[in-house]
Design a binder for this molecule. Structure first.
Ligand SMILES: [Zn+2]
Length: 213
């Protein structure tokens, strides 16, 4: 079917990352060559300490194709790219999972408005693409605007809106928990979530980020 479209000169897209024309099969944003070029960045600087986080790992830097990927997944609501990105980070993420051997793997919640707009949690889908079983531990109480639009002080307050789901409060006790997120910027979200888990009796909290800003 794709061949027919190619002959007709239809469905030709421009890759957001390299600008070349390509025929998107599942998605029309980023070409296969650019996707294949996404590799773990080494060495990553881990000297930045995240409070309440026992250890963390980062796949890559927030630049180039990886940046375009995350951006499209978040703002164009591309589920197929979220699954593709999961497949890209799979090996690197599983290496870390085997190293820390967590009891539970989870991800930050979206606020309700975001969830309604997008209809899916992109990190949950990235994990699905990586074949990682995960559990949604958190909820958010508020309808705060997306964190990116807030200043530092407002952001700190919004982070206070996180909660562990009522029925899972006892469950987190004595567990080693890995939180996976797309982007490490200030680290305030992951620190707040880790603090929350530790205050409820979790044994250890670790974090994995797809990219570092
Ligand atoms: Zn490209």
């Amino acid at each position: 079917m794709i061949g027919v479209f190619q002959l007709l000169g239809l469905a030709k897209e421009e890759c957001l990352s390299c600008g070349s024309k390509f025929f998107g099969k599942d998605q029309g944003f980023i070409c296969d060559d650019c996707l294949k070029g996404v590799k773990p960045y080494r060495p990553i600087d881990y000297s930045h300490r995240l409070s309440y986080v026992f250890s963390y790992r980062i796949y890559g830097l927030y630049e180039g194709t990886l940046k375009h990927l995350i951006h499209v997944i978040k703002f164009e609501n591309s589920k197929s790219l979220a699954l593709l990105l999961g497949n890209i980070i799979k090996e690197h993420l599983w290496e870390y999972i085997e190293e820390i051997d967590p009891d539970v793997i989870t991800f930050p919640p979206l606020n309700l408005r975001r969830f309604w707009n997008r209809g899916f949690n992109h990190v949950e889908h990235i994990l699905k693409g990586a074949g990682v079983p995960c559990l949604s531990l958190f909820t958010r109480r508020d309808l705060a605007p997306p964190l990116a639009r807030l200043n530092k002080e407002e952001r700190a307050k919004a982070v206070m809106g996180y909660k562990v789901k009522e029925n899972l409060v006892d469950f987190v006790e004595d567990k080693r928990i890995l939180i996976v997120d797309d982007l490490l910027t200030t680290g305030s979200t992951i620190q707040r979530l880790s603090y929350l888990l530790l205050s409820l009796g979790a044994k250890e909290t670790h974090a994995y980020f797809v990219a570092k800003d």
